[in-house]
Write a protein that binds this ligand. Structure first.
Ligand SMILES: [Zn+2]
Length: 274
């Protein structure tokens, strides 16, 4: 069983662990599932982490109940001309909102890692003589995530909950969310209702100011087998993402746009971590 340490500690950015399982994808790319996993895979509207395994940049995917690490293409794709390949990373440059599918909830499933078949189980040790040479698949290894990226993701995710706590209390029906940097938003079904966007923006900013100044705690707990996140005195949701532990860790939380069309309200927002 893989232990997903990111669920209990948002700020754990390094761990020494061992492989739980290894294998090889059809293209020969090795993968490793670590016994103690600190990498958040994309899901629930939250992008995946970035990081390294023994210094090798990894790309992260999930398969069944496992988070798999594979060698990132950074060192192997000639078109990058030595520049980091950002294709597998979260967007930070204002791509259109639809570039990433919205999650309908705060987590893809109640189990944070979803379901599916087993990963390929070829012998990854045979990959050492190919283009993925050097990618670790045996012995103790050091996993690291980029903590600044994690903190940004956690801030955006938590701000999404904070926004939703206000709108949910005011009768808006949540239909989807994305927490990608530069395009974070929460969507609501508003039916035939009209919205005063300027007034709502002001109300949300007041809500952000008061709750962040109050330094409300953000905690997680398991309830009937489901992981829940609670903003103190405000809101509880089933969620498998990463969050700040106190709203005082948030800064620059603001509404960037409210769009209303065909019964759907899209509330775009920004947030950062202190
Ligand atoms: Zn969450």
């Amino acid at each position: 069983m893989q232990h997903h340490l990111y669920l209990s500690d948002t700020y754990l950015d390094e761990t020494t662990t061992t492989p739980l399982a290894t294998g090889q994808a059809e293209d020969g790319r090795p993968w490793v599932a670590l016994t103690d996993n600190i990498f958040h895979p994309q899901g629930g509207g939250q992008p995946n982490d970035t990081g390294t395994l023994n210094g090798h940049p990894v790309r992260i995917r999930r398969h069944a109940d496992l988070v798999l690490l594979e060698p990132h293409d950074t060192h192997h794709q000639p078109h990058t001309d030595g520049q980091p390949d950002t294709s597998a990373r979260c967007n930070t440059n204002g791509q259109h909102d639809t570039d990433h599918p919205l999650a309908t909830g705060w987590s893809d499933t109640n189990d944070p890692l979803g379901s599916g078949g087993r990963p390929e189980t070829g012998d990854a040790r045979q990959s050492g003589n190919g283009r993925w040479a050097g990618f670790p698949t045996q012995g103790p290894m050091i996993a690291r995530i980029d903590l600044e990226t994690r903190k940004l993701h956690a801030a955006l995710h938590t701000a999404g909950h904070l926004l939703d706590a206000y709108l949910g209390r005011h009768g808006f029906q949540h239909t989807g969310n994305s927490h990608f940097p530069g395009q974070a938003r929460v969507d609501y079904n508003i039916g035939d209702h009209t919205v005063d966007r300027a007034a709502l923006t002001e109300q949300l900013h007041t809500h952000f100011t008061h709750t962040i100044a109050a330094a409300l705690k953000v905690t997680t707990q398991t309830h009937h087998g489901l992981r829940q996140v609670t903003i103190e005195d405000l809101d509880t949701q089933n969620c498998a993402g990463t969050h700040v532990t106190n709203l005082s860790a948030l800064r620059d939380v603001s509404i960037r746009a409210i769009k209303v069309k065909a019964g759907l309200m899209k509330v775009g927002y920004t947030a950062a971590h202190i």
